[in-house]
Design a protein around this ligand. Sequence first.
Ligand SMILES: O=C1NC[C@H](CO)[C@@H](O)[C@@H]1O
Ligand SMILES: [Ca+2]
Length: 438
Amino acid sequence: AGPVSAQGSWKPVADTVREEYLWAWRHYVDRALGADHIKPISGGREDFFVEGHSVGLSLVEAVDTLWLMEADDEVALAVQWIVDHLDFDVDAPFQVFETNIRMVGGLAAAYHCTGDSRLLDRAKDIADRLLPAFTRSPTGLPYRYVNLATGQVSDPETNIVEIGTYIAEFGVLTQWTGDSRYYDLAKRAMRVAYDNRTELGLLPHDINAETGRWRNRQATIGPPGDSYYEYLWDGYRLFGDPDLKQWYDTLTEAILTRQAERRDGLLWFPQVDAFTGEVLSREQSVLAGFYAGLLAESGHLAEGRAYHDAFSVVQDRFGVIPTFVDYSTMTATRVDNALRPEFADSALMLWLATGDEVFRERARTHFENMRSTSKTTYGFASLADVTATPPSQEDTCPGYWWSEQMKYYWLLFSDTPRLDYRDNYLSTEANLLRGARR
Ligand SMILES: O=C1NC[C@H](CO)[C@@H](O)[C@@H]1O
Ligand SMILES: [Ca+2]
C-alpha cells in the first residue's frame, strides 16, 4: 500500500477517475479503434506519426493504464488488437524520439504488466527499426527520423531531448532480451552531449547529429532539454550505471547554481545562455513542471517542493496551466494547453517521496479542472485558450493522455494492489517499466 494516509477519503475520487477513463475508452473502441487519436468533439479518427496511416497509438498508450485499473477485459481487447493489427512495416519516416517513448515504451509496459511475450516481440520489432538512426550517425547522436521499412534516416538538426531520451526503454529491452546494443547506443548518444557541456557545466538544447556541434546557446530544463536530464537520473535508478549518475549530478549542480532564480519567494528556472549564464527568458513551459518531481527523487527534495509550489500558484491563478507563463509578470504568453500532464506527474513523484497530502490535493484540483474544461462528447479535448470563458476546446486528444495524467491520478488516489508503491518506475511517457504486481 502507499504511504500511510486516510485512504477512505480518496476512494471516491479514484472511482471517478476510473469511470471517466473507461467511458472515454469505450468511445475510442466504438468510434476510433486502431486510430492514433480519437477526435473527442466529432468522434472522428486522427493520425499522429504519419498522415494517412495510424498505428493504434492511443490503444498502445492505454494498455498499462487499463491493467493498473484492473480493467482486464479491456486489456485483453487491446492486446488482441495489437497481435492482430499492429504492423510497423510502414514505408514512411517516423520521429525516432516520439516512436520510442510512446510505442517502444507502451509495448514494453504492456509486456511488463501482462507478461505476454508477444508484446515484447513487438517492442523489439519497433526498436530494431529505430536503430539505423543511431548506427548510421557518424557521431552516435541519432537522426530525428527513420523510415521503418527501409531504414533511411533524415534530419540531423536535432536537440538533446531527441538524442537523449532512450535509455529507459532501450535499457529494459537489453535487460529482457540480453542484447546490449540498445543500452550501449542510448548511452553513447547521452555521453556526446555531456562531453560537450560548456565551462559553466550547462548544455545548450540544439545539436547537429552529424557534426556533434551545438546549434544554439540557450540552456533550458523545459523542452527540448527536459527529458535528457530526466533520463540520466532514470538510467542510474533503473540500471545502477555510475556514469549516468555522475553526469546527472554534474549537470544538476550547474543548473541549481546558475539557472535557478527566486522571485517573490518562488523558485523558477529561467532560460540562460549556456556559455555566459545570462538570463535570456523568464518564460516557463508547462512541460517544465516535471522537473519538480525529478529534483525530489534525485536528492534535491527542497528544490523539488519549491518548484511545485511555484507551479501550484500558476494552477490556482489560471485553473489550467497555460503552455507558457512569464513568471516575472505571471502572465500567460501562450494560452493553449494540449492536456499537458506534467504538474500531475511531479505531484505523484513528490507524494511518493514525501507522503505529504498537499500533493494529492493539488493533483485532485488538476483532475477536477481538467474534467470541467476538457470533457466533451466522446472524450477529453485539448484546450485552445485556457483564459477564455469557458476555455475553448480543440477536436483532438493526445496519445499521452491515455498513458499519463489519468494513470497518475489513479495511482495517487486508488492505492491499487497492482503497483509496488515502494519500488516502481514510470518513464517520461508514464510507461510502467518496473513495479507491476501481477
Ligand atoms: O515527455 C513528454 N513530453 C511531452 C508529452 C507531454 O507533455 C509526453 O509525450 C511526454 O510526457
Ligand atoms: Ca514526460
